[in-house]
Design a protein around this ligand. Structure first.
Ligand SMILES: CC(C)(COP(=O)(O)OP(=O)(O)OC[C@H]1O[C@@H](n2cnc3c(N)ncnc32)[C@H](O)[C@@H]1OP(=O)(O)O)[C@@H](O)C(=O)NCCC(=O)NCCS
Length: 196
């Protein structure tokens, strides 16, 4: 399967949709990026000013290593967060998944894991990626659970990988492989085992 990198909407699960990150998502994202609690979860240590934020937004359309979507609710068309793939590696067909539910009212309702699940299905079946992973700070239990519920496995721990400004913290590597890979591996194993 060829790796197809397109900037298009992912689709909807009836509760929310993942749409291409656009100008209308910039303002709320700017607030979330500068929210100290959220920044700590994402290990962003610096606040950013509006000019820098706009440069980042303008750069998105040309980037080959990153795809970015906004999460909008179906009932109210409310922008509640973002999901993105970064470090997209076309040779090894892998990418890092990140998610941010910035709207506090939307937290803890299962939207986080559902957004990861929807993006994962799209990344494997439409983009042709083979492996997805996330680097989760060890204290971020909610993120770890959200990825686990979306089918990610704990693959390893990088001890004291990140400096948080006042202490070091471990990184948990959560990973998920595409289902087709499993089928292919099973077919291969059957061929090898039953070879006359
Ligand atoms: C991580 C995040 C996406 C999870 O989304 P969410 O919608 O709040 O989480 P969900 O409702 O899908 O819940 C996922 C699991 O976490 C659990 N959870 C919810 N709040 C929790 C908390 N404060 N502490 C521990 N677990 C919590 C839920 O109970 C659920 O597990 P369960 O079904 O076994 O009970 C969201 O909290 C977020 O955007 N956080 C800030 C940014 C961030 O941490 N991003 C991840 C970087 S890798």
């Amino acid at each position: 399967m060829t790796l197809v990198l397109k900037r298009e909407d992912v689709g909807s699960n009836g509760v929310f949709r993942l749409v291409v990150f656009d100008r209308r998502h910039v303002d709320r994202t700017f607030l979330w990026f500068n929210d100290s609690d959220l920044a700590r979860m994402l290990n962003r240590r610096k606040s950013i000013d509006l000019a820098e934020h706009m440069r980042w937004f303008e750069s998105l359309k040309d980037r080959q290593d990153c795809l970015y979507w906004a999460i909008e609710t179906c009932d109210e068309n409310k922008h509640i967060g973002n999901v993105w793939l970064r470090d997209i590696d076309p040779e090894h067909r892998k990418a890092e998944v990140s998610i941010l539910i910035g709207d506090r009212e939307a937290l803890g309702k299962g939207l986080g894991y559902m957004a990861v699940e929807l993006l994962t299905e799209y990344a494997f079946n439409h983009l042709g990626l083979h492996r997805l992973y996330s680097n989760v700070l060890a204290f971020n239990t909610r993120a770890r659970r959200a990825f686990e519920k979306a089918g990610f496995k704990l693959e390893g721990r990088l001890r004291q990988d990140r400096w948080l400004g006042d202490c070091y913290e471990d990184i948990l590597i959560m990973g998920k492989l595409s289902f087709t890979t499993g089928v292919a591996a099973f077919a291969f194993a059957v061929c090898v085992c039953f070879k006359p």
